[in-house]
Write a protein that binds this ligand. Structure first.
Ligand SMILES: C[S@@+](CC[C@H](N)C(=O)[O-])C[C@H]1O[C@@H](n2cnc3c(N)ncnc32)[C@H](O)[C@@H]1O
Length: 444
């Protein structure tokens, strides 16, 4: 798409229409042929059609294979770093926000027939799983969260959250007119990676659309399917901050969506470098992020914005940092970096997408309002959401969503760059003849 960047962020979004750049040239960005269609996915309860957008809020009938309500998960006391009193992990059958399965079986990579294997999906021997992989913790707000201390991610990992992530997937796919915005060859044997795959919905759809490809998804919480999935789709438990369990130059396409609450600024840079490592030369990276801020807020919505910021900052995460992804990728060595953002309406004023994004806002706002900083009870939370809804309608509030694409330099580009840097280095370290050269007799 060259430099054609569409930014609606500096003006008031209007009329509920979503503008996605109309890419004239078949270049880095390409519309999906399935644009504007909501396709059915294997979890039939979660499938959407354009007609059903408004009515979608699925109950707890999501299939999470391995989530056997009869299983008694290991009890584990975990220290809380967020001020929540953590309880021992209970059976997934207790409470409406059921814990995801954290049994060792589910944590291990599974072969395409669903059996547990002892090697990871890339064929390399896997290290024993770290302790955090066996636990989850229940917080004061009744939600469960991961227990990996080095990962600052603070959103829940329960079924309520899985439902939100799935609905959000359909929304993002709708606004960006497909699951990917780079050119991908359906006939090639691609390797595709979904970083922090969540419920795995994107990876599942990609493995269906690209039957000749191998699609891999990794996440710190095992909320992805373990068994019911296409044979070319593989999931693995992994903390990306420990590095990805894949060799260098391995993937044709890497996709990472909505890690806004997962990375400190330093970690984000580390992750850019790690994704560059696993990409093949001339492979593409696509990032999709929102800073989670509702723009044009009223007073109640502004209070929720502030709560989200305060909660994130407590964990060292600044969601506003995603606004600089384009320069972040350039500094990390990616080439052909392109970016644009769209304004996503929040509220019925923005038609069906606005209504769905309002539901998404409710899910997120509830986390902030009842969480470690807000600490509201359900009634206060409900009242806040009613006010926030009214304000969003009146003010035509909206989210901003960024899409950034970058390419790993080709071998030749990389060699030329390395040679240039080597020349620079040797020029700067060369000792000037007149002043720096030591005479054979000068003291050391
Ligand atoms: C907001 S969700 C987005 C999920 C998915 N990318 C999507 O768009 O539907 C963020 C995901 O990042 C995962 N995550 C957070 N920190 C992580 C880490 N350090 N390593 C791996 N996954 C992580 C969470 O478990 C969660 O599933």
């Amino acid at each position: 798409m060259g430099n054609s960047v569409s930014s609606l962020s500096n003006r008031k979004a209007s009329g509920g229409s979503l503008e996605v750049p109309d890419f004239k040239k078949p270049s880095l960005f390409q519309r999906s042929k399935h644009s504007l269609q909501f396709r059915k996915r294997s979890k039939s309860s979660l499938s959407l059609s354009e007609n059903s957008l408004n009515s979608t809020r699925h109950g707890g009938n999501q299939v999470v294979p391995g989530n056997n309500n009869n299983v008694n998960y290991r009890h584990a006391s975990i220290d809380s770093s967020d001020g929540h009193s953590d309880l021992s992990l209970q059976s997934a059958s207790s409470g409406s926000d059921r814990s995801p399965p954290h049994s060792r079986k589910n944590s291990q990579p599974l072969s395409s027939d669903g059996s547990t294997t002892n090697s990871n999906v890339s064929g390399m021997p896997s290290a024993p799983l770290p302790e955090w992989a066996n636990h989850t913790r229940r917080c004061d707000d009744g939600r469960t969260r991961h227990t990996c201390e080095s990962a600052p991610y603070m959103l829940p990992n329960d079924l309520t959250e899985s439902d939100r992530l799935d609905a959000q997937h359909y929304l993002v796919r709708f606004v960006f007119k497909g699951n990917y915005n780079v050119q991908l060859d359906h006939e090639a044997k691609l390797r595709i990676l979904d970083v922090a795959t969540g419920t795995g919905v994107w990876a599942l759809e990609m493995s269906h659309e690209f039957p000749k490809a191998e699609v891999y998804g990794v996440d710190i919480s095992p909320i992805f399917p373990a068994e019911i999935k296409p044979s070319n789709c593989h999931f693995q438990l992994c903390n990306i901050l420990d590095g990805l369990p894949f060799p260098d130059n391995h993937f044709d396409f890497v996709y990472q969506r909505l890690l806004v609450y997962a990375l400190t600024p330093v970690q984000r840079k580390q992750v850019y470098a790690e994704l560059l490592r696993v990409l093949k030369p001339e492979g593409f990276l696509q990032l999709v992020e929102s800073d989670g801020i509702v723009y044009n807020p009223g007073p109640e919505m502004e209070r929720i914005n502030q709560l989200s910021l305060d909660t994130s900052l407590r964990h060292g995460v600044d969601p506003r940092e995603v606004q600089t992804m384009k320069s972040g990728l350039k500094h990390s060595g990616y080439t052909s970096v392109n970016s644009f953002n769209i304004a996503l309406p929040v509220g019925n004023w923005g038609s069906k997408a606005g209504a769905l994004s309002m539901q998404n806002m409710h899910g997120l706002a509830t986390i902030w309002l009842k969480g470690e900083v807000g600490r509201m009870d359900q009634d206060a939370c409900d009242a806040a959401l009613v006010k926030a809804d009214e304000e969003c309608e009146q003010n035509q509030s909206y989210y901003k969503v960024w899409l950034v694409v970058g390419m790993k330099p080709s071998m030749q580009q990389q060699q030329a760059k390395d040679a240039k840097e080597a020349r620079k280095l040797s020029a700067s370290s060369a000792v000037p003849q007149t002043t720096g050269r030591r005479s054979p007799t000068s003291p050391i």
